[in-house]
Design a protein around this ligand. Structure first.
Ligand SMILES: CC(C)(COP(=O)(O)OP(=O)(O)OC[C@H]1O[C@@H](n2cnc3c(N)ncnc32)[C@H](O)[C@@H]1OP(=O)(O)O)[C@@H](O)C(=O)NCCC(=O)NCCS
Length: 128
């Protein structure tokens, strides 16, 4: 898997591809906010899920945090999004608070999660 890094405005997009000619399998978008980093979106194509791509994208964002001396990463996630919540917990994120009725369609609480920069605490990843 290759990862291309694109910069768009103040956001960084990492793209997961099988090879340079194939379609995007997944991506993560994040940005610097002061001394911290905010993960804005992460998604993996339905056909490629549960193969470790989400893990690799998270490892890449955490490496970016370490290399750029950011203090922490934070994000918001729908309370019911078990796949995403588990992914974040696996990568050291913890719940810090709940934002009541934060999302629309359907209305749902958001969990705010954060992961501090503990230098090099990346998890092991698997591949299909
Ligand atoms: C969340 C998402 C990015 C995970 O991507 P993925 O490539 O399938 O994840 P991986 O295969 O790397 O799995 C990594 C970990 O995520 C968690 N996970 C992933 N899919 C899961 C599922 N369906 N149910 C429970 N946990 C899951 C597990 O902890 C897993 O580790 P494990 O395999 O050791 O148990 C993917 O499900 C997705 O694109 N969802 C839709 C978009 C989305 O909801 N984004 C988050 C917005 S905040």
């Amino acid at each position: 898997m290759l990862q291309n890094e694109l910069e768009k405005g103040d956001s960084i997009i990492l793209i997961a591809e099988q090879d340079e000619l194939s379609a995007c399998l997944g991506f993560v978008v994040f940005r610097r906010v002061g001394d911290d980093g905010e993960i804005l979106q992460i998604a993996v194509d339905n056909s490629a899920r549960r193969c470790g791509i989400g893990d690799k994208l998270m490892d890449a964002v955490i490496s970016h945090m370490v290399e750029n001396d950011l203090l922490s990463l934070f994000l918001e996630v729908r309370k019911s999004n078990l796949a995403a919540v588990n992914l974040y917990k696996k990568h050291g994120f913890i719940n810090v608070r709940v934002r009541k009725d934060y999302y629309n369609d359907p209305v749902e609480d958001a969990i705010v999660m954060t992961r501090t920069n503990t230098k090099g605490a990346n998890t092991r990843t698997k591949s299909c």
